[in-house]
Design a protein around this ligand. Sequence first.
Ligand code: HSE
Length: 440
Amino acid sequence: MAFKIGLLGLGTVGTGTVEILLNPTQRHPLLQEIEIHRVGVRSLDKPRSVTLPPGLITTDLESIVTDPAVDIVVEVIGGLEPARSLMLKAIEHGKHVVTANKAAIARYGDEIFTAANQAGVYVLLEAAVAGGIPVIEPLKQSLCANRIRALTGIVNGTTNYILTRMQTEGSDFDAVLADAQRLGYAEADPTADVDGLDAADKIAILASLAFGGRIKLPEVHCEGIRKISAADITYADRLGFVIKLLATAKRDEGPDSDALQVRVHPTFVPKTHPLASVNGVFNAILIEGDPVGQVMFFGPGAGSGPTASAVVADILNIAAILKVGREAVMRADGTPLLDPLLACSHQDYCAIAPMAELVTRFYVRFLAKDSPGVIGKLGTCFGNYNVSIESVVQIGMRDELAEIVVITHDVREGNFRQALDEIRTFETIASIPSVLRVLS
Ligand code: HSE
């Protein structure tokens, strides 16, 4: 008996999913047992690149999630609503859910997984983070014997494309963004990507899996790449770094070591670091676990085929479980027993460490009056706040001001920010155009 899919959405990812499901040759044999039962779309008139049997497509999405014949609802419409409500309704009707929706999961994962656990259904989301790169399943299963120490990723292709072009062309952010929009690499409204919000959704999901607790999205520190200038890229290059938008989740090494750091910000990455050579639209996630050490996942983070590859893998995972009848095993209270490596069982929230407690190196660029004693005053002020300087360079003038670049040793962020606040008041300091963290 075939497993019946109710597909919500026939955009880029939905079309890629249909293309795989309709063409199972030389793929896993279980694909032949998957049947597209209904497809929900916003408009019937839109031209489609896939041909589906007549009568399959409907604009009544609710009829799909309540259809008794549907086994698995695949949500690829994106956005918060109606995606959230449709997923909840599908769960309420006993459907397993496969979703690519990082925004809804990062915000409503709590509600969705609680409902799924009560209903005894799976909600799988491999496609929600880093498109075609398998990282959710490895975190849940292949790496589950590890104590995860850190997870560092380039999880947004748009910003990685923009930063890569800024680096190779020496161009400023605005010019590259405009060209990326013209070429279709960036959205007309690029906010979610360039301000780091998309990456914050993704690292919240990954952190939750890696560290076994729920994450409150507003607690994820998030900075985007709008303020990165060609000058910063050039200094990074001279000093042996590239600038990447990194999404990081790691156990805090400070006094409260039960807390997590979960943050997204542009970062100076040493050119020798494995993430430094991840360029263009590609994504990569470096996971550090005990005892496995470092494992890096690299590949296409978006696009029709890669994202559909992850969606269909989740469909097959659920179909495989249904096929061996594990869903029929009941708990004492009568609810189905779920595979603990596939279901989400987190109940508690992770404590997130304040950014002031972060210990990191910094790059800071000052524009200053070119007068005697400026560098000395900077050094003294940093010293007063226990901020140790690794290097200071003053290469040239910009806008008739001396450009001074400082790299610190590992310092407590709170101390560094206090020193900067004081330095801002110096009569000789015209501005502080850039402050970026440096990956050690
Ligand atoms: N907008 C995302 C990116 C792709 O640029 O990586 C979908 O998650």
